[in-house]
Design a protein around this ligand. Structure first.
Ligand code: SIN
Ligand code: MN
Length: 274
């Protein structure tokens, strides 16, 4: 299948610039999703710092940096269609800044409070501009009840909200960047007021769906109270000229190598129209 025409990437860019997120009109085929799910399951069983558990129990909450040690994840981040989407949305050559899978296990997956990703990347890593994009690939069907990502459209244009006025220079513990107790949040009150003005969009869809969202968009997701897992694989591509100058967090949260990603097709990872 041919890549989406330039015109449709331009349309996606228009929607992304306006709303801070967009839905890609193609999804990964079932076989590709199955392979990725199997790989995620195998990594989740490993005891390594990249594998993070929910507070107080052994439930795997997320796995990080897998593109650096797993060849299928490495192939995924080089997928030509993902790279061209990231380049179209940032308008720049990109490298992989971060890779994670948030697993949101059935009945046990905990919430992500309202926040902006760029707060973490600028305050902790020294990223200068939000010239990055999150590409989200759903590994499970995502519906109203299994904790979909909720975004406030247009909120990416508001800058960083609710940060302390003074930068103390102190770094927070990185575990507070991957837990339900986040270091940088947008207050519930502020998010509710924004949502009243601008509405809320839920990022839902069949397994294999692909969405993109902006580093500054205000977003959250609730506890998963359903019987269905909601695994969301997130690749953050950053513009090569926006690589942070003083990262100190572990490399599985902040890649140090800002070499532009080289697109490479892999026959195991195929897309089809949604
Ligand atoms: C989630 O997995 O629901 C949260 C993702 C994010 O905050 O980037
Ligand atoms: Mn986030």
């Amino acid at each position: 299948m041919s890549a989406p025409a330039e015109a449709s990437l331009a349309d996606l860019r228009t929607a992304y610039d306006e709303n801070g997120w967009c839905a890609y009109p193609y999804r990964f085929a079932d076989d590709s999703v199955r392979l990725l799910r199997d790989r995620v399951a195998a990594i989740s069983r490993q005891r390594r710092p990249e594998v993070v558990h929910e507070a107080g129990n052994d439930t795997v909450r997320a796995i990080h940096g897998c593109h650096a040690f797993d060849e299928l994840c490495s192939a995924l981040v080089r997928h030509p269609r993902l790279v061209s989407l990231a380049e179209a949305l940032t308008g720049k050559p990109v490298y992989v800044y971060q890779f994670k899978v948030n697993l949101k296990q059935a009945r046990e997956g905990a919430a992500w409070p309202w926040h902006q990703d760029f707060a973490f990347w600028s305050e902790e890593d020294g990223m200068r501009r939000p010239d990055a994009v999150n590409i989200a690939l759903s590994l499970d069907d995502v519906h109203d009840d299994n904790g979909p990502l909720v975004v406030i459209p247009g909120s990416h244009g508001l800058g960083l909200l609710d940060l302390p006025a003074e930068d103390s220079g102190e770094k927070s513990d990185w575990r507070q960047h991957v837990s339900a107790d986040l270091a940088y949040t947008v207050s519930e009150e502020r998010a509710r007021a924004l949502a009243r003005q601008r509405g809320e969009d839920k990022i839902k869809g069949a397994a294999g769906s692909v969405h993109a969202f902006h580093p500054s968009i205000v977003h959250s997701s609730s506890n998963n109270l359903s019987d269905d897992r909601r695994a969301l694989l997130l690749v953050t591509y950053n513009a090569v000229d926006n690589a942070p100058t003083r990262p100190t967090r572990p490399e599985f949260l902040v890649a140090r190598d800002a070499t532009p990603v080289t697109p490479l097709a892999d026959e195991r990872l195929t897309l089809e129209p949604r």
